[in-house]
Design a protein around this ligand. Structure first.
Ligand code: 5GP
Length: 210
């Protein structure tokens, strides 16, 4: 299902825990025309996380009920917790012509790509696996077991990389941001997203044989 010429677009940012997705997303959102989709999760809030800002925190029953009523654009399990993208916000922002950013893991990202082949899938990766482990340890938000689980999951997610449209290496955050802006700009220039410009080129000239 294409998103349509003058509508907004979906920008999905995935990558292993510690790839810097959160930082990239936070830097993107204040930019013109970007809107962040806030996910629902059954994971417990980390210190400092705010309900409705970082996530909409809920229990399993609530999550399952929304899921079973088709309230999610996509959903997945990660490290024993449920995560999902509420569909209503995304629909609203897309129809307003915004670029909606989804910071989600690989299973959910591929569900979205199935439904919306136009969605832009960006995979963010630290330069080396060692960097990834180091970043996970240094951020200190997870215990040893959880770091182990997330490192294992990172290896699995890397195997899906070829299904993404773009790979951005996050060695330097400013460069990664420039790369992502470049991707979004290039995507906006695709002919099928610019039907109105093509129409206005022809104007009302009845002699033009399209
Ligand atoms: P964390 O627990 O570190 O906040 O998130 C764990 C993983 O779940 C991350 O890879 C994050 O991008 C992903 N995630 C967050 N929200 C969603 C969502 O709505 N759907 C899916 N599929 N993954 C999500």
């Amino acid at each position: 299902m294409p998103l349509g010429a003058e509508k907004g677009q979906l920008l999905i940012i995935s990558g292993p825990s510690g790839s810097g997705k959160g930082t990239v997303t936070k830097k993107l959102i204040p930019c013109d025309n970007f809107a962040l989709s806030v996910s629902m999760t059954t994971r417990a809030p980390r210190p400092g996380e705010i309900d409705g800002v970082d996530y909409i925190f809920c229990d399993k029953d609530e999550f399952v009920s929304i899921r079973d009523n088709d309230g999610f654009l996509e959903h997945a399990t990660f490290s024993g917790n449920y995560y999902g993208t509420p569909i209503s916000y995304v629909d609203q922002k897309i129809s307003q012509g915004q670029t909606v950013v989804l910071e989600i893991e690989v299973v959910g990202a591929l569900q979205v790509k199935d439904k919306y082949p136009d969605a832009i899938l960006v995979f963010l990766m630290p330069p080396t696996f060692e960097d990834l482990r180091k970043r996970l340890m240094e951020r200190g938000t997870e215990c040893e077991d959880e770091i182990e689980r997330r490192t294992r999951r990172a290896r699995e997610e890397m195997t899906e990389l070829s299904k993404y449209d773009y790979l951005v290496v996050n060695d330097d955050i400013e460069q990664a941001m420039r790369d992502i802006h470049m991707v979004v700009k290039a995507e906006k220039m695709k002919p099928h997203r610019n039907q109105c410009k093509i129409d206005s080129f022809y104007g009302n000239n009845p002699d033009v044989d399209i």
